[in-house]
Design a protein. Structure first.
Length: 220
């Protein structure tokens, strides 16, 4: 479900750096409808992108303006199992829109950090937390994370194989890890156990290959 609502100015500027006619809308993704998020409004795409627009999208992709399938699934998993985060200090790695961080805060986490290298993603996480009436702190680099973490969450970070070493770094940095991924069928990583496999689609729908709509949740 999508509704029109004024965009925060910081996000309006961010989306229009990527796409000059870009716009965000308050949306409740199909995989986690309890959450409201500022996401890309596909109704602005009347006709194909111009060459200049296509170049801008490639040069500065606004990943944070989409709610990826794995993020929806992990967010809903946390909402359905609040005991996983209740009273805990949580860091959401590669937070993007902040959907998982917001879900953790709604489910009763004591403190939640959204961690992402993209400053626009951190702005989106703060805006989306405000939209849902919960506090979420931000962290712009893994190296600057807070200490004494109880839980690290991560969704769709293994599209880049260079991120694989983080899996053991997560285990060393926190008591528990919850991650979701649609790009890896068999994680085969020591300490990580498959919890569930859930079907979901990126929102707005990017018409990805069906295999990328099958999300696996792992816990360590």
């Amino acid at each position: 479900m999508t509704t029109e609502q004024p965009m925060p100015e910081s996000l309006r500027q961010a989306i229009q750096r990527t796409l000059s006619r870009g716009r965000l809308a308050v949306t409740r993704p199909g995989g986690c409808p309890a959450l409201a998020l500022y996401l890309f409004d596909p109704t602005v795409l009347e006709g194909p992108l111009s060459h200049e627009e296509a170049q801008a999208v490639v040069a500065e992709p606004a990943y944070w303006s989409f709610c990826w399938a794995s993020g929806q699934v992990l967010a809903q998993w946390i909402l359905d199992h609040p005991e996983l985060v209740r009273g805990k200090r949580v860091l959401d790695f590669g937070s993007g829109s902040g959907v998982v961080a917001v879900a953790a805060a709604l489910a009763g986490a004591a403190e939640v950090y959204a961690c992402d290298l993209d400053p626009d993603a951190l702005a989106a996480a703060r805006a989306n937390a405000g939209l849902n009436g919960v506090p979420v702190l931000t962290c712009d680099a893994w190296e600057d994370r807070p200490g004494e973490l109880d839980l690290i969450t991560a969704a769709d970070v293994l599209y880049d194989r260079d991120n694989r070493p983080f899996l053991q770094a997560f285990r060393a940095a926190a008591t528990e890890v919850l991650m979701a991924d649609s790009r890896v069928r068999d994680l085969n990583e020591p300490g990580y156990n498959l919890q569930a496999t859930v079907e979901a689609r990126t929102w707005p729908d990017l018409n990805e290959f069906e295999e990328f709509n099958r999300v696996r949740i792992f816990r360590a």
